[in-house]
Design a protein around this ligand. Structure first.
Ligand SMILES: NC(=O)c1ccc[n+]([C@@H]2O[C@H](COP(=O)([O-])OP(=O)(O)OC[C@H]3O[C@@H](n4cnc5c(N)ncnc54)[C@H](OP(=O)(O)O)[C@@H]3O)[C@@H](O)[C@H]2O)c1
Length: 360
C-alpha cells in the first residue's frame, strides 16, 4: 500500500483529535509532522508527538496537510495553505477562511465526495500542473465545513434526495470544545470554582474568559460574532455552507446557535419542510440505511441520542423524529455528533481517504 507524508497543523483540541483519528483509522502515514506556533512534545493515547513551529519550508515533501490552526487573519491556513500547495501538498483546512471560495470544494464525504474530483485528478497526476496562475478550477485546497453544518447535512441530505427539503429551521446546542482548548479550560475552571466556592454567578467576580459569557450552569445564544440581520456568523455558516455542500441554494434556512455547558458533542433540534409528504417512520427508514448515520429512537426505552453517546464516535446520531401534528410535510429531528471527530478531525481524514482511494 502506498504511504503518504502527512502534516497536522495545530495541536489544540482538533489537532490532537486529528492525530488520534489518523492512527485509529490506520491512515497510511509514511512520515508525520506536527506544527503549531510553539515547539513542545505532546502525549496522545500513550504516543509522544514532537510539535515544531510552523514554517513554509516545513511543508517540503508533505503530500497531505491537515490544517487545524485557529482561523482569521493570522490563521495558520491563511498564512501557510498556499505555501504548502506550492511545495506539493494537498491542503485540507478545518478553518472557515476558504469555505465559501468557489475554487475550494467544501466537502462532507457522505454528501458530496464528487466535488473532490478535480483535486483528486490533480493529485493522481503527480500534481504536475502549476496552480499559481489561478487558471485551474481549484487551488489544491479543500475546506472542511463547520462542525454544526457537517452533522446537519449528513442527517438531512438523504431526506432531501427522497422528499425534497424546502425549509430548515435549526437550533444548535454546542459544546465548549467547539470553541477550542481555551473554552474547555473556561468551563472546567468555572465549574470547579462554582462547586468549590459555592456561588453560581461568576459575572460579578471579574473572571477573564475565552467565551463571551459564563458557561458553567448557564447557556447563551451567541456563537461567533453578531452580523447581518442580527444573526451570528456561526448561524450564517449553517445557511451558506449547507447550500454549497448540498448543491441546493434555494433551501430556506434559519438558525439559532447556542453554547451549552457540555464538554464535547453538539446537539441540534431541526425542523424541515419537504416538497413531498413524509411520515416519521419513512424518514427513520431512509436514515437508518444512510451512510454515517446511527439511529437511536426508541421512546419506550427512553432512547434518543445524547452528546455522551456521540463522544469519541465517528457517526452522526439521529432520533426523536416526529411529524408536525399540523403539517404532513413538516418533520422534527434531533441530531447529535462529536464536534471534534465527525465535526472536524474525522471528516478531514475521510476527505484524505477519498483522495487516496484511487491511488492505493
Ligand atoms: N473545536 C471544534 O469543534 C472545531 C470544529 C470544526 C472546526 N474547527 C476549526 O479547527 C481549527 C482549530 O480549532 P481548535 O478548536 O483545535 O482550536 P484550539 O484548541 O484553540 O487550537 C488551536 C491550535 O492552532 C495553533 N495555531 C494558532 N494559530 C496558528 C498559526 N498562525 N500557525 C500555526 N498554528 C497556529 C495553536 O498553536 P499553539 O498550541 O502553539 O498555540 C493551537 O495548537 C479552527 O480553525 C476551528 O475553527 C474547530
Amino acid at each position: 500500500m502506498k504511504k503518504y507524508n502527512v502534516a497536522v497543523i495545530g495541536a489544540g483540541v482538533v489537532g490532537v483529535e486529528m492525530l488520534r483519528v489518523l492512527k485509529q483509522r490506520r491512515f497510511p502515514v509514511e512520515n508525520l509532522k506536527v506544527f503549531a506556533r510553539s515547539s513542545r512534545d505532546i502525549r496522545v493515547d500513550g504516543d509522544t508527538y514532537k510539535v515544531e513551529p510552523v514554517s513554509a519550508e516545513g511543508f517540503c515533501g508533505v503530500d497531505i496537510a491537515l490544517f487545524a490552526g485557529t482561523e482569521g487573519e493570522k490563521g495558520a491556513a491563511v498564512t501557510y495553505a498556499a505555501e504548502a500547495v506550492k511545495r506539493g501538498a494537498v491542503v485540507i483546512d478545518n478553518g472557515a477562511d476558504f469555505r465559501m471560495d468557489p475554487k475550494v470544494p467544501l466537502v462532507v464525504p457522505e454528501v458530496n465526495a464528487g466535488d473532490l474530483k478535480p483535486i483528486r485528478k490533480w493529485m493522481l497526476s503527480g500534481k504536475n500542473k502549476d496552480l499559481s496562475g489561478g487558471k485551474e478550477s481549484h487551488k489544491g485546497i479543500i475546506a472542511n465545513p463547520n462542525c454544526s453544518t457537517i452533522q446537519m447535512v449528513v442527517a438531512l441530505n438523504p431526506l432531501h434526495k427522497k422528499y425534497g427539503i424546502k425549509k430548515i429551521i435549526v437550533t444548535t446546542l454546542q459544546a465548549s470544545s467547539g470553541a477550542g482548548k481555551a473554552a474547555v479550560e473556561q468551563l472546567n475552571n468555572e465549574t470547579a470554582g462554582i462547586v468549590q466556592g459555592g456561588f453560581c454567578n461568576l459575572r460579578a467576580e471579574g473572571v477573564e474568559r475565552a467565551m463571551p459569557q459564563q458557561l458553567a450552569f448557564n447557556c447563551f445564544p451567541h456563537i461567533g460574532s453578531f452580523t447581518e440581520g442580527g444573526y451570528t456568523n456561526e448561524e450564517w455558516k449553517l445557511v451558506n455552507e449547507t447550500h454549497k455542500i448540498m448543491h441546493a441554494p434555494k433551501i430556506r434556512i434559519s438558525a439559532t446557535t447556542v453554547r451549552i455547558p457540555v464538554k464535547t458533542g453538539h446537539s441540534e433540534s431541526i425542523y424541515i419542510q419537504t416538497e413531498k409528504a413524509v411520515t416519521a417512520g419513512q424518514a427513520g427508514k431512509a436514515l437508518s440505511k444512510a451512510a454515517g448515520i446511527v439511529m437511536i429512537d426508541d421512546l419506550g426505552k427512553n432512547l434518543y441520542p445524547m452528546p455522551l453517546d456521540a463522544e469519541g464516535r465517528d457517526e452522526t446520531f439521529v432520533g426523536r423524529i416526529r411529524q408536525d401534528a399540523f403539517d404532513k410535510k413538516g418533520l422534527w429531528l434531533w441530531v447529535v455528533a462529536d464536534n471534534l471527530r465527525k465535526g472536524a478531525a474525522t471528516n478531514a481524514v475521510q476527505i484524505a481517504e477519498c483522495l487516496i482511494s484511487n491511488s492505493r
